[in-house]
Design a protein around this ligand. Structure first.
Ligand code: F0G
Length: 457
């Protein structure tokens, strides 16, 4: 088999600023050991997120020029709406400025005290919006999803038996929505199978609970179904995406992921009454229904991106590039989430740094070490992000301690990825020198974004 090459040429480039290890030691100290507080100019390879960091195509940039900025009824909106409907089949399409704006609107209407939103795994902003409404978010991931190092084809699946049990226990009337996140970002970017989506749909229908898809990475999930699920090898990936949405009553979407846009999102749904309520809120928080939180040019970029993301040469390259990095790390003995996810490589910090106790945030310590060694920026997805405190202010750790290295779409080349592997392996070989951290300042909600930390001497 020949090398799978990047299915694009580069027309416009951005410089990377090089700095030294000694400089990075100081920079990380100034950022309180939290890479969210670094300036991105001080980062060599930025794998903090794949969100809003995509390189747009020449076609999308052409769309930016075509964007019509009419306040109401812009042709850009109708192109956007048609692109969303073509894939999702959902009649009502509501543009928002990003995924969490869709979530805020949806959960302001459907949430509230005493309600439960059940998911395979909720992303952190999704959970935060649910909790902000007074409701509770519940993750019911399948057993395979709980073990980072044991490979399985669809580790993002929901535990359908647990779902049924939960509905019976709490009462269907207290569960306004079931949500499936594809791919399952907080659980390692792992895909959900069509079989699982169908099974969840069946349970939802039985209890008259609507099913929504958190569709941020729907194209990557569709590709995994094509590659791994019996009966789909010869189905065009767009058809697979359409089938996924056909089982849903609606979706929330961040176009900053699988639409190659730098900003944007939408809400789409079948229920016209719910859509009316959402639009009423949209007008006071985002904007008029034909632009939501976006400029006409953004709507164009999203419409074009949604088409491009389903090109199979792109998806083959995309998923292979993540797998390529994962394979290199596995060969070097580095503990990683297996198999490779769709948008990121996840290091298992618990296994990487067994000498650092969980209340000294091994994931965050590893994130810092990667930055110092090679200027590579990742993000902790562990107890800094999801940890809670008990009554004695002792940490209740998260289930997993992961470090996510998310790969921006169409941005880095194979040699960048080779460099990242070299840096991780170097850090792994010197892992015993890494020490733990303590939090010196934090906010009550989504603390990982702004927390200040200090090394434990
Ligand atoms: N749902 C999932 C699964 C996500 O991954 C994200 C964002 C959102 C919702 C919210 O979308 O950022 O447009 O408001 N994930 C980014 C990340 C931030 O780094 O994984 P948003």
């Amino acid at each position: 088999m020949r090398t799978i090459i990047e299915p694009f040429k580069i027309k416009s480039v951005e410089p990377i600023n090089f700095n030294t290890k000694e400089e990075r030691v100081e920079l990380l100290k100034e950022a309180y050991f939290n890479p969210f507080l670094l300036r991105s100019d001080d980062v060599l390879i930025d794998l903090l997120t794949d969100s809003g960091t995509s390189a747009m195509s020449s076609n999308q940039w052409a769309g930016i020029m075509r964007g019509d900025e009419s306040y109401a009824g812009s042709p850009s909106f109708f192109r956007f709406k048609a692109a969303v409907q073509d894939i999702t089949g959902l009649p009502d399409v509501i543009p928002t400025h990003q995924g969490r704006a869709s979530e805020k609107i949806l959960f302001s209407i459907m949430g509230g005290k005493g309600k439960y939103f059940v998911a395979n795994t909720l992303f952190d902003t999704t959970r935060a919006n649910i909790e902000f409404s007074g409701a509770e978010g519940v993750d019911l991931i399948c057993e395979e999803g709980k073990h980072p190092s044991i490979p399985a084809p669809f580790k993002g699946n929901m535990d359908v038996v647990a779902l049924k049990k939960f509905i019976v226990e709490k009462g269907a009337e207290n569960i306004p929505l079931v949500i499936i996140t594809i791919t399952n970002n907080s659980g390692g970017g792992q895909p959900v199978s069509m079989e699982n989506i169908r099974a969840v749909r069946k349970v939802c229908s039985e209890y008259c609970i609507p099913l929504f898809i958190d569709a941020c990475r729907f194209a990557e999930n569709s590709w995994f179904i094509k590659m791994r699920e019996a009966g789909y090898a010869n189905v065009p990936v767009k058809e697979i995406a359409r089938e996924i949405f056909s089982y849903s009553d609606g979706c929330t979407m961040s176009a900053k992921k699988d639409a190659f846009a730098n900003i944007g999102g939408f809400l789409a749904m079948r229920d016209p009454e719910l859509a009316l309520k959402c639009r009423n809120l949209l007008v006071i928080t985002e904007g008029f229904p034909t632009y939501g939180g976006l400029a006409g040019r953004d709507l164009e970029a999203i419409a074009i991106g949604l088409e491009e993301v389903l090109e199979e040469s792109y998806l083959q390259y995309r998923i292979r590039s993540i797998e390529y990095l994962t394979d290199k790390l596995i060969d070097a003995g580095v503990p990683v989430m297996q198999p490779a996810g769709g948008h990121a490589v996840y290091l298992d910090a618990k296994a990487f740094l067994p000498h650092i106790p969980l209340d000294q945030y091994p994931g965050q310590a590893l994130v810092g070490a990667l930055y110092i060694e090679g200027g590579v920026r990742g993000v902790e997805i562990g107890s800094l992000m999801f940890g809670k405190y008990d009554e004695a202010h002792q940490l209740i750790p998260a289930q997993l301690e992961l470090v996510r290295l998310a790969i921006p779409r169409r941005v880095y080349t194979q040699s960048h990825i080779d460099y990242v592997a070299e840096v991780i392996i170097e850090v792994f070989n010197n892992r015993n020198d890494i020490t733990g951290l303590k939090i010196i300042e934090e906010s009550p909600l989504l603390r990982h974004f702004t927390a200040k930390l200090a090394p434990i001497s």
